[in-house]
Design a protein around this ligand. Sequence first.
Ligand code: NAP
Length: 345
Amino acid sequence: MEKPLQIQQDIPLAPFTTLKIGGNARYFIRAETELQVADAVRYAKAKRLKLFVLGGGSNALVSDSGFNGLVLQIALKGNQTDYIGNKVSITAGAGEEWDAFVQLCVSRDFAGLECLSGIPGSVGGTPVQNVGAYGQEVSESIISVRCLERETSSFIDLSVKECGFGYRTSIFNSSSRDLYIVLAVTYLLKMNGEPKVEYKDLLEHFDGGQPTLANVREAVLNIRRKKSMVLDDADPNFRSAGSFFKNPIIERDKLNEIRSEFEHIPNFVFGDKIKIPAAWLIENAGFYKGFSIGNAGISSNHTLALINRGNATSAEIIVLKERIQAAVAGKFGIDLQPEPVFIGF
Ligand code: NAP
């Protein structure tokens, strides 16, 4: 029989986020089954409560005053594997910890997710922003995403096409924002397949060698560790939401304009546009690794990560975010867009 919903009140949200910042949720439900997710959505609707869906909390900034609504934690676990020729389709619950899932796939010699090692968060978050790193992104392996449609409380399986994936985007964070709740994700991986070694950092690391999936996972973890981008309580930079700003995509003309003054600006072709590393813009607008304002700061290992140095408030993070945005806009005329979601502001 389905367990009844447990509705808790005044639950501190900071421990559920990797930034470890924020006030309380007025109501809080942890859903472990699909039916509980549907029940929670109906509860929020009946009580006219705002709803925030919490995954791994790795990409969220919660306001100091908390969230005056219902926070729904997606804790759907488990995975199921089906073998199809030399491929394997593996479906994981949205509440599974992402890196444990990647580790499982790599240990079973399933290729397709190895470059995405060490990314904090949950499986359910990966289709939302089409998580990608080191030359691989989840849209290359996802075949379907199981969702709850919030309006109708019905369950639906969206094909990869219907997810509308682009660079760090999907329908879930754009055209259909807040319409669906991700319940499970199915990835199609290759058995005994070769790892993807195309990104500069990995090519340099292996220098023409033939690494295994496990070798690539270890290399990615090492690269990320050096930038404090792997969750590690012993690292003073560990309280962060990963990259705080998106790498901006600009027009070619804009690049030429900036280049007339900053000849060496790094840039990468992106379709008919140009992608600029946000970290470079921030450093060249006067900030540096280890910079801080009060208890908020920039990681000493990665310019793109804003960190809580301990006891930081969300207000302090916002001050730092705005200082950086104003400086980059003033110097380069580029508006840096934050990557995390803002809750309760
Ligand atoms: P990084 O490797 O220093 O790269 C910074 C930026 O330069 C990224 O936009 C990256 O593109 C671009 N870049 C670097 N080498 C490139 C090349 N050879 N060709 C085209 N573009 C190139 O970045 P980082 O901040 O340390 O992050 C490491 C990896 O994690 C990157 O792949 C980054 O995108 C990824 N990441 C993903 C998310 C997410 O999915 N939400 C969040 C944080 C970081 P790419 O973005 O295409 O790699």
